[in-house]
Design a protein around this ligand. Structure first.
Ligand SMILES: Nc1ncnc2c1ncn2[C@@H]1O[C@H](COP(=O)(O)OP(=O)(O)OP(=O)(O)O)[C@@H](O)[C@H]1O
Ligand SMILES: [Mg+2]
Length: 313
């Protein structure tokens, strides 16, 4: 039996595909690393196994047990509906399998900063009652191909022995169309990782996020079962966000006026403004959070964001 035939068919297929689609050197290193060990699947899942480390002893992944529920997020009806469907499919995997169907597993969340992409990955893990396994791409990619291949192997070995939502939260690093050496390397690594997750961890939901959906090429888009677009909140969504973020405080606010003042900001920026108002209310001993608190904080933050070149309106 030669080295390669000792590998499961799925691994061989993924490696062959990676071979065709990526520069040969990294794939060769990955093949060697994969062939040099016998794959074993432990009988039980041990969520507490120490996370895999890079050759420089930097964690290649982080593990967490999120506690955020999806209904704490203000999302468009379309996105919320798609996420509910994805959860439903995940929960009824065996029913789908009986008909030869698989749930949607690979999601791309695309949209501006602070609109809830990272939080969505957390909320999905929470809804499924499993941990979130975040891949730290910056730790994975090394200037030495052999190291990168070893890192990928370690992540896959770890990831396949548990149920988690897997997330790549730094996809922007490799989303660029440019093919200079660093970006090219990131793209190759991400391509291989996405392919490998398809073959290895058939049950895990894999979520990638990007701020630059438009910059992803069509080959990348095709790798996902679902692409969800995130946007800044509408006026109605701002009002909903205020309800959620200020729910612990008594308020006396003109929602329309406040929503207008907050227009154009991201969910995260609006959250920060709500926190400004809550802090102010606690320290001043005021009975209520009022319209002026929020409008003033919005104006002053918008001014600062504009000075920092962030806010375009
Ligand atoms: N849709 C949302 N509903 C409620 N809160 C939100 C939403 N989006 C963002 N927030 C709040 O803003 C903060 C940042 O959100 P998150 O990290 O998910 O943004 P992101 O889209 O991943 O941003 P980035 O692209 O910069 O990584 C969180 O604390 C979260 O509570
Ligand atoms: Mg994020």
């Amino acid at each position: 039996m030669d080295d390669e035939s000792a590998l499961p068919a799925a691994v061989r297929a993924a490696l062959h595909r990676a071979h065709r689609q990526t520069a040969g050197a990294l794939t060769e290193q990955l093949e060697q690393a994969a062939a040099s060990r016998v794959r074993r699947r432990p009988m039980s899942v041990n969520n507490l196994a120490p996370v895999p480390l890079s050759d420089e002893e930097v964690p290649l992944v982080t593990l967490s047990n999120p506690t955020l529920s999806l209904d704490q997020l203000v999302l468009t009806g379309q996105t919320a509906a798609a996420l509910r469907e994805v959860l439903n499919e995940q929960r009824h995997r065996s029913r789908l399998a009986a008909y030869g169907l698989r749930p949607r597993r690979k999601l791309l969340l695309a949209g501006p900063s602070g609109t809830g992409k990272t939080r969505t990955a957390e909320a999905l893990a929470y809804a499924l009652g499993i941990p979130l396994l975040k891949i730290r791409l910056s730790a994975v990619v090394s200037s030495y191909l052999g190291q990168t291949a070893r890192h990928i192997e370690r992540i896959l070995e770890y990831a396949e022995n548990g149920s988690w939502v897997v997330s790549f939260d730094e996809i922007d690093l490799f989303a660029s169309e440019r093919e200079d050496s660093d970006h090219g390397e990131m793209r190759r690594v991400s391509t291989i990782l996405l392919q490998q997750f398809e073959e290895y961890a058939a049950d895990n939901l894999v979520i990638a996020t990007t701020n630059h959906g438009a910059a992803l090429d069509s080959a990348m888009w095709r790798r996902f079962d679902e692409v969800l677009v995130y946007k800044h909140p509408t006026q109605a969504q701002i009002a909903e966000l205020l309800e959620i973020k200020l729910r612990k405080f008594p308020t006396k606010i003109n929602k329309e006026q406040v929503s207008r003042a907050l227009a154009g900001l991201s969910h995260a920026e609006i959250e920060a403004i709500c926190q400004d108002a809550m802090r102010k209310s606690v320290l001043s001993g005021a009975k209520n959070i009022n319209t002026a608190d929020l409008v003033e904080s919005a104006a002053s933050r918008k001014k600062r964001y504009k000075e920092a070149g962030k806010f375009q309106n």
